[in-house]
Design a protein around this ligand. Sequence first.
Ligand SMILES: Nc1ncnc2c1ncn2[C@@H]1O[C@H](COP(=O)(O)OP(=O)(O)OP(=O)(O)O)[C@@H](O)[C@H]1O
Ligand SMILES: [Mg+2]
Length: 404
Amino acid sequence: MLMKKETPWCEKYRPKNFQDIKGQEEAITKTKQFLGNFYLSKLTKTRKKALILHGPPGTGKTTLAHVAALETNSEIFELNASDLRNKSKLQEILKPAIEQQSLTKKRKIILVDEVDGISAVDRGGLTELLFLIELTSYPVIITANDIWNRKLNPLRKKTDMIQLKEINYKTIKDVLINILKKENKFIENESLTKISLKSKGDIRAAINDLQTISKIQNYSSIEIDERNKETDIFKALRLIFKGKTSDEIIRIFDSVSMPLDEIILWIEENIPSEYSGKELAKAYDTLSKADIFKGRIYKQQYWRFLVYENFLLSYGISAAKKEIKTGFTSYKKPSRILKIWLYNQKTIKMKSICQKYAKYVHINQKRARNEFPIIKNILKNNKSIQKELKLNDEEVDYLENKLN
Ligand SMILES: Nc1ncnc2c1ncn2[C@@H]1O[C@H](COP(=O)(O)OP(=O)(O)OP(=O)(O)O)[C@@H](O)[C@H]1O
Ligand SMILES: [Mg+2]
């Protein structure tokens, strides 16, 4: 099978000009001012030679630096912590900067991305960075999440600082809608609002979520599979809510091809259409106990609690009623929560895979998540790497599954 390499949407739709950077108008203006000032007041000593763009993840810091270069027709020179400690590399950058400035037409911007990383390590390149700022004849743009670390005091004195704010959820939603239009995909409004709110101002996170969810919903065979599952769950619900509470009811879910986590959603959704008054209160109480076990199962990996969860959901919910019931009830599908649940299930695995991968190749998890579509293709069908990373069966399933 041909492997289709897919670009992460957050890379594909990384803004290429100032206009496409949303919700950061003030930061854009200030960045332009910094650059303007840098070139205009070359001869004065008052100008700052470096600019720190700081703020929470996924708000456009790295993007703004690159766009500033594009828009001023400058080349970008990116330096990381180890480059800064590398004397000859530094010389190499500074030398042409001093000597050939008038010969090379093209402007340059030096980018030191994620300076937090540099300051975190004691023998990091902070001194070298200050040295670079002192000598450079190119503007330096530095990005950071948190600049209030004491170690950065000397740096703060030498730089202009611009804070990038968390992006308002409505702005994020607009960005998402724009991407969907370009991708020719549709996702219902409600989900878009949810993704935007959940991202808490982090556009990258929102775009990644959008890409994941767009795949789940576009896959039509999910629907077919769902319908089979529904007949089973409807039968089970009927027996639990209406039938006699017997020992057999404990095994009711064995014939339902659905994980217990999903069954819990169906029960929750339909309790109020069968029970009322005291029955209702008792059923909800039982449900919340089941939910507590579910939490322990995940948090502490106490898989033996599954038995209790199962017992509460079958026998427990059944026993909440005073007597058996007759008549027909049309049960509802917990569609909205179900979609979120399905989606969360997927991201949980995606995140745990990224965690393992990031640790293994020594990159940060954020980056791994950003590049997940690529990482997934690397890990997919490669048993030896999967083993090396100690991926569990579920994580491997997740990788091999075409639904993702
Ligand atoms: N203000 C914005 N407008 C439009 N898209 C944005 C914006 N901010 C971030 N994005 C999207 O998120 C992606 C990541 O943004 P970027 O790399 O600039 O974040 P960052 O602020 O540098 O985050 P970090 O602190 O994690 O390095 C971009 O490629 C782009 O797709
Ligand atoms: Mg960045």
